[in-house]
Design a protein around this ligand. Sequence first.
Ligand SMILES: O=C(O)CCC(=O)C(=O)O
Length: 244
Amino acid sequence: MALTREEIDFFLDQGYLIQSGLVDPAWLAEMQTETDGLHERMAANTPPEVGVSWETYEDEGHRPRIKQLMHAEKVCLSLDRFLRSDRVLDIVADLLGPDLAFYHCKLLMKSAEDGTITPWHQDYGYWHRTYNEPKYLNCMVYLDDSTVENGCMQVVPGSHKLGLLTHEERRQAFGRFLPGYFQPREDAVPLEVKAGTALFFGPLIIHGSDANRSPHHRRACTIAYVATGNGDPMPILRGRPTWT
Ligand SMILES: O=C(O)CCC(=O)C(=O)O
């Protein structure tokens, strides 16, 4: 087991778990280098294998900024290696079980001065189908220090126990959100973490993040894993192919 009993119990009770220093400095430097200048490179030429959602603004004068880049593992090989590594899979197995598949990997760029709000939501609000269960797990790995000023993740501890709530919908990136959009919540906790930290959280915890009004980027990558046999067949990373 990679985690202690206390860490697993914390995750089961609170719905999230922070692992500081999971990415060592050399590996972190590779992730940072591979994502440096990504806004400009993707604006000039977006490869067909990735999906970019650009930031949109109500006022003018912003540079093209990536909000979310799907299939980040195709453009950042250090992230591809990380998502398959025992370092992360051992933890995922402790929290989700031994039979694991890859669901997706996305960069969340939250650019200095230009990164916008991610409204309150549950990921299962996006992923729910009649034929699946919430047997998913996110590993959000931080490429930069994340603070209240640069729009760190905020979670509502224990909210995964509420089950799936009704989301509202709008045509935009992160277009499914809970009533209130991103109204301040007294039950939310800001998670300030250092670069190289990984935040594990389940698909039902309520989370969101503020705009980045600081001069510091808040790059992070969320890797989602799914228990095999749950929903659509996905590439197997560990264990048995239990899809029927
Ligand atoms: O970038 C953020 O702060 C939010 C990320 C998020 O909501 C997610 O990965 O599901």
